[in-house]
Write a protein that binds this ligand. Sequence first.
Ligand code: G3H
Length: 493
Amino acid sequence: MPDVTVSITFDLISPFKNNQNYQFFEGVVNISATATNEKKVYSVVGQEELGAFPLLTKEEAGQAIEKAKQAQKYWEEEEVYKRAEILHAWADKLLENQAQIGDMIMKEVGKNKSSAWKEVARTADLIRYTAEEGCRIHGDLLRGDSFKGGSSNKIAMAERAPRGVILAISPFNYPVNLAASKIAPALISGNAVIFKPASQGTLSGKLMIDALLETELPADVVHCVTGKGSEIGDYLVTHPDISMITFTGSTEVGQSISEKAKMIPVVLELGGKDPAIVLKNADLDLAASQIVSGAFSYSGQRCTAIKRVLVDNAVADELTSKIKKKVDELTVGNPEEEAAVTPLIDEKAADFVQGLIDDALENGASLVTGNQREENLIYPTLLDNVTPGMKVAYEEPFGPVLPIIRVSDEADFVELANESEYGLQASIFTNNVQTAMNIGSKLNVGSVQLNAKTERGPDHFPFIGSKNSGLGAQGIRRSIESMTRDKLFIMNV
Ligand code: G3H
């Protein structure tokens, strides 16, 4: 190592350092923008008018991107600890407004009240961890003489640099949490954000952004861009000033984004068909309670919901009866009254789920319980003797229907589990860890859960989907990594 002392002084052009008030960029940051058209949002239950959001034109969306691009230049120069302080302040504001935001989530996407309020608290925790994790992102220092023929005069300092403007597209089912899980890592690592919420979920997302704008976040670093996907979707995805896209939603849209986004990184969290594999030596009470919670919470409208049960024939009757008992105990109805199973997001979603149930019954599946419908409310439905050829065995319902597939040969578990276009997660229920490891190692999924339901959290765990379930990885640290790139400063001394 050469004997060298380096002293570098950075001349930061920072709004914070200059103690100015971020009046660099004209225009508004929030979603009121200048749009003339708007779309009204109604509650899932009761069709109460909750508010409206503007339908931006391409030109208006383009203006937001331009402002974000300019603001990012200042934001990336801000000290990381200051960015972290802003994120902590955001988390504080979210908790201060937990009731208002939680109630909006409950009404706008039909999630029961306690889950909706928990989503806000979980998001505050996620933001805080992200702020702290961002302060612990370090680069590398590499010596040139550790490579044959390299030079001892060279030292490379590799840092993680922000990518620029991140396009964050969030789904309806976690309108706050799955938005913040994209926005917070982008911000802590010095990026600006164009946030495109799902239409049903926009008002909850807006309240979350309002909380962020109450902090010292400089103007224009985050823009909430709302509108019809058909009008501005492709425009956003293909815009030359978007440096990276992070999306959660359907596989169909995810695939389209991945095809259209050229030469920029894309992280996708898409659909799933997570199996619960129940072996004959499993604790069946534990399996039944985890399966019911995993399959039916938020009415199955989760990418990580358990969407099929593969059970050893030897214990299938017993497991089915335990699952049925628990399904019959689920409360059904209004999110405000804490029902476990609530109406689906819209009629199209309910029609789709009903179609899967009808198809299975027409093709020989046995109805164990459920198959009742009141408008968009589908009662939790359990189907037994489902065979791999039935649609409900391989399509993602995103609703409260659970097929049971009986397996007579243990060797078939892996093949059946992998017989899916999806590869998000899988659960294995057994009292034999070695067997679980053997099966788990052969499953083509992002994560395997032993003796527990499939789920994303805790939110600092890597969250990965293989096959049509996703691309890249999320989870707080992985998200920060995906939103930054290596940048080298090579000292030649
Ligand atoms: O819907 C997709 C979400 O990432 C699922 O998250 O497992 O915490 O419900 P969750």
